[in-house]
Design a protein around this ligand. Structure first.
Ligand code: ATP
Ligand code: MG
Length: 582
């Protein structure tokens, strides 16, 4: 085929996905930045701003985590500070190395860099143990032999104070001895715990002598079988922050009630830095579930094709679907940070990817549900290579040559023998323009005798109507996309609906969310016809298929070498529409 190789490159170059964030300093200030500004003014942290993103490696990251990542790395960058990546790996029973690797990939892909500051709460196990010893010695922690159920019973309720544990007043030496023996593995799992000695009558349940350590014989993905006691999150988290010199510990709203315990732990252990916990509202999105527990269920029970299934709200799913890091960061910026929970319309996320791809993705022709179209008056062996802009909005994307010949494919639903009212596409006796080519007129149809389905549409073309030619201005109502039958490549195209048709699939209690899944959220079209250039698409390249939406060459598991394309989004922007009308 005749084509300019330099321009080919432009068509099939997947740019992006390796962008490093250049944080602009003129972003709108949020309430967290205001707190930081005050701290900078009063010099509490000697002018330092140090944040962290603390995922628990018990699943893949989702778009909610992207919000937290953008926030933590963004705040650090904007203030000339640092942001650590810390794995909160204090619960070995649910954690795996696979998750650690995927989390690092995702944060990098989003465009953020933690330098050499990759930390693990498990690296601090020894230090945390020593801190616990210190708490015991100053009479602020004790070993309790109540069972888990008894502890719950003794805790009281929101309206009733709790009762002191009968073990609460054990002398420090006895506590110390028992705690050492807990570590040595002398007691069975669950038989004893270490608790903070705070206040069983506190109005905050988190302050009613919370458990700090439990006995659990589980192999840890980093420390192996070194430990049989593991610290609780509420104890390990503030101290990990302090050990790393974190100044602002940004977390989601559900930890607001834990803040007194965060502060208590820091104050009583008394490390050099006292980080400040600041809570913000987590991201909720319509038409999906977000918690890792539920996402894991979808994966493990086979409702989706892995964590990176293009319908998943995981970062790896969105990436495989064709989302760009720019679009996700733009989304996170637009939703902002607030102090009260709300749910964001998934249409905004879709709007962001359209905005990002509009000017930067090449516009190409693909026919998803093909029917043959024959131009009777076009010479049999002739092939024309029509010069076509890759994206009229971005001349720098160059042009390509599109083969045109006597036999083409068009979309089956672009033709109606007996058209519905206001149908401006192809119909017997009427003219339409073939995009970037000629005006054609339908003169005949061939049908399958048995079924009545149209198998061929016969047309004539007007040789004077060539796009870009002297008579290209002749107006007809419809314009159709098409591909040349002899030149087209076959591909599989996957169309996606939201996993959940319900805006709020977690809605009522008692109904399991799996039963609300859309069973037809994946539609596989296996005999699509694409313009030949797309045979060279590299996995991850994104295109606009004219009239059909934005598509991305799948990065995994192409069948028999046949390309697979995922639809990222259709062209219809319900968010922009709402905006306009509202
Ligand atoms: P999930 O509830 O989805 O399992 P998690 O909070 O248990 O999430 P972590 O790995 O502990 O997951 O989260 C790491 C960080 O990301 C935490 O600081 C957490 O607050 C934040 N985060 C988690 N989910 C969201 C969300 N939906 N929106 C914003 N931040 C989130
Ligand atoms: Mg968590």
């Amino acid at each position: 085929m005749v084509a300019n190789s330099r321009e080919d490159d432009k068509l099939n170059t997947c740019q992006g996905d390796k962008t490093q964030v250049q944080e602009s300093t003129n972003q709108p200030a949020n309430f967290i930045q205001s707190i930081i500004n005050q701290d900078l003014e009063t010099n509490v942290y000697n002018g330092r701003v140090h944040t962290r993103f603390p995922p628990e490696p018990n699943g893949y990251l989702h778009i909610g985590h992207a919000k937290s990542i953008c926030l933590n790395f963004g705040i650090a960058a904007r203030n000339g500070g640092l942001c650590n990546l810390r794995f909160d790996d204090t619960n070995p029973s649910k954690e795996e190395v696979e998750y650690v690797d995927s989390i690092k990939d995702d944060v990098k892909w989003l465009g953020f860099d933690w330098g050499n500051r990759e930390y693990y709460a498990s690296d601090y196990f020894e230090q945390l143990f020593e801190y616990a010893v210190k708490l015991i010695k100053i009479g602020k922690a004790y070993v309790c032999d109540l069972s888990a159920d008894e502890i719950r019973e003794y805790r009281g309720t929101l309206t009733e104070p709790g009762k002191n544990s009968p073990y609460r007043d054990r002398p420090a030496e006895e506590n110390l001895d028992l705690f050492m023996r807990m570590r040595k593995g002398e007691f069975p799992d669950g038989s004893r715990v270490l608790r903070a000695k705070i206040d069983m009558a506190s109005s905050n349940l988190n302050m009613r002598d919370p458990v700090l350590y439990r006995i659990m014989r589980t192999t840890h993905h980093r420390t192996g079988d070194d430990w049989c006691i593991y610290p609780m999150y509420d104890y390990a988290h503030p101290l990990s922050d302090a050990i790393e010199g974190i100044t602002h510990s940004i977390c989601t709203l559900e930890f607001e009630d834990h803040r007194p315990l965060y502060d208590w732990t820091i104050e009583n252990v008394d490390p050099e830095v006292h980080p400040k916990q600041i809570e913000f509202a987590r991201l909720n999105l319509t038409n999906t579930v977000m918690s890792k527990r539920k996402l894991r269920k979808l994966v493990e029970e086979g409702y989706v094709d892995g964590w990176d299934d293009p319908r998943m709200p995981t970062i790896s799913g969105l990436r495989r679907r064709g989302y760009t890091p720019e679009a996700l960061r733009d989304f996170c910026e637009r939703i902002g940070v607030a102090k009260s929970n709300s749910t964001v319309d998934i249409a905004l996320l879709e709007h962001c990817i359209r905005e990002d791809l509009k000017a930067k993705s090449p516009r190409v022709m693909a026919v998803l549900n093909p029917v043959k179209l024959v131009i009777d008056n076009y010479p049999k062996d002739k092939v024309e290579y029509l010069e076509t802009e890759n994206n009229p909005e971005s001349p720098e994307l160059g042009t390509r040559k599109l083969p045109f010949s006597r036999e083409l494919y068009i979309e089956r639903d672009d033709f109606f023998e007996v058209p519905p009212p206001k149908f401006f596409r192809l119909t017997p006796g009427k003219e339409v323009r073939l995009k970037n080519a000629y005006i054609i007129k339908c003169v005949d149809v061939v049908k399958d005798k048995a079924s009545g389905t149209v198998t061929e549409i016969h047309c004539t073309y007007d040789p004077d109507s060539k796009s870009g030619g002297p008579n290209s201005g002749r107006k007809v109502k419809g314009t159709l996309h098409w591909v040349s039958a002899d030149h087209a490549i076959q591909a599989e195209v996957r169309l996606y609906e939201h996993l959940f048709p319900d805006e709020n699939p977690e809605g009522e209690e008692g109904i399991d969310f799996q039963s609300r899944l859309d069973k037809n959220s994946l539609q596989r079209l296996v005999s699509c016809m694409l313009e030949p250039e797309l045979g060279k698409a590299k996995p991850g390249c994104r295109y606009q298929f004219i009239r059909l939406g934005y598509f991305c060459a799948d990065t995994g598991r192409w069948k028999d070498g046949k390309p697979v394309f995922n639809r990222i989004v259709s062209l219809k922007d319900s968010w922009a529409k709402v905006r306009k009308n509202g």
